[in-house]
Design a protein around this ligand. Structure first.
Ligand SMILES: [Zn+2]
Length: 412
């Protein structure tokens, strides 16, 4: 079986290993604990508590494998970015549940020792927020290490000296892969080590492994893989780890059409990580020309969830042509523990360089500035957009997806 066939089989088998106790769009600390307890009872995994968060929640590492190459993979250092946490537990099932792919797994376990830290920011995860309990972004705290959580991750890396670090995140829906109208479904980064973006041996290895991931994922999402912005961020973990000899790889889970719950992207994460592990264990990434990394299109911000083109804004008897770009953000209702979408006007004016996942030509529709509108009594009117606008001579009809995007925006 060649590599393409192998990863196709792995892709198709994902459902057998999917950790059914976890969704992909919301994972809280309390959901994690029973799974950790279940793994503790096996001989396959070694679980260690690395320390506690600000609010006293434990941060775990899950160890398995017997190889001399150390791989550290951590997720949810941003609490509202859980897709890869789900994928890490799917991988744990893949390695431990049954005898399928036995030779493939054995080879990996002989070559690699895995260290999975599946929720670096449990306090943020509990509230579905990016930052920790002090509202500090942990991925901007790798220099000062003032937060317990960042210090725990840093100290653990220092202790185990991983050869590779996988930094796992979710990205917004407005990214495209290059200048296209397609979602950037997965974006990848070999973090830089300085402002001039030098390439040392450590970073070169990250680029080579990313090329291998890109080869495999291109079979499933052609044209929807992007290269994440490589501006140097002196306070970020990936940049600092790379500087310290850990070949780091950032994987951002983006969106895919009709995959609002991110189950498909979760599966892609599962495949992406296995392809990277495979390439590391076989050392075949070493043969890759690292400059191919730069042929992966850049992550561009060219997309809105909803783009309304050619509206006419009326003000004091004059007319102005404007487009409106609206994005939806996932928010957690803390009482019901349910996610809901909130629409925000991201930008208005000439948006002709952008695309919308959904687009409408609103030629002939007039809008005017409006005060709060009682569009829907149950809607959340916590407005964060730049303007409140009212459509005065038309409506969007009954499209549920449009309603979900518009929820929270006073457009009637
Ligand atoms: Zn993030």
């Amino acid at each position: 079986m060649n590599s393409k066939e192998l990863f196709n089989e792995i892709f198709l088998s994902h459902d057998n290993f999917r950790e059914t106790k976890l969704g992909s769009e919301l994972i809280t600390y309390s959901e994690l604990i029973p799974i950790i307890e279940r793994l503790r009872k096996t001989n396959f995994f070694q679980i260690e508590t690395l320390g506690k968060s600000v609010e006293g929640r434990e941060i775990f590492t899950i160890l398995f494998g017997r190889g001399k190459t150390n791989i550290l993979a951590w997720s949810q250092m941003h609490g509202d970015e859980p897709t890869a946490t789900a994928a890490l537990f799917d991988l744990i099932n893949f390695f431990s549940l049954d005898n399928s792919f036995a030779k493939f797994k054995d080879d990996l376990l002989n070559e690699i020792t895995f260290h999975f830290v599946p929720m670096v920011n449990p306090d943020g995860a509990e509230k579905y927020q990016r930052e920790n309990a002090f509202n500090i972004d942990l991925n901007r705290d790798a220099l000062r290490l003032e937060s317990y959580e960042s210090k725990i991750l840093w100290d653990y890396a220092e202790k185990i000296q991983p050869d590779f670090g996988f930094n796992l995140h979710d990205q917004n829906s407005y990214y495209t892969a290059g200048r296209t109208n397609k979602y950037s479904t997965i974006s990848l980064l070999a973090p830089p080590i300085d402002h001039v973006k030098s390439i040392n041996y450590t970073r070169e290895k990250s680029m080579q492994v990313i090329c291998k991931i890109n080869d495999v994922l291109s079979n499933f999402i052609p044209g929807q893989i992007a290269r994440y912005n490589d501006d140097y961020e002196p306070r970020a973990f990936g940049d600092n780890f790379t500087k310290n000899g850990i070949s780091s790889i950032l994987i951002e889970s983006g969106y895919h059409k009709s995959d609002l719950k991110k189950e498909f992207v979760r599966k892609l994460n599962f495949v992406a990580l296995l392809s990277a592990f495979h390439s590391i264990s076989e050392k075949d990434f070493e043969k890759v020309d690292y400059t191919k990394y730069f042929s992966i299109p850049e992550n561009e911000q060219l997309l809105f969830d909803l783009l309304l083109r050619n509206l006419t804004l009326t003000y004091n008897g004059n007319s102005f042509k404007i487009d409106i770009g609206i994005n939806r953000k996932k928010c957690l209702d803390l009482d019901s523990k349910k996610l809901f979408f909130k629409g925000t006007i991201a930008e208005l004016g000439d948006l002709s360089i952008y695309n919308g996942i959904e687009e409408y030509n609103m030629n002939g529709f007039k809008i005017e500035f409006a005060k709060m509108l009682a569009v829907d009594e149950s809607a959340n009117f916590n407005l964060t957009g730049k303007a409140e606008l009212k459509i005065v001579n038309g409506s969007f009809g009954d499209s549920d997806s449009i309603k979900s995007i518009l929820n929270g925006i006073a457009i009637g």
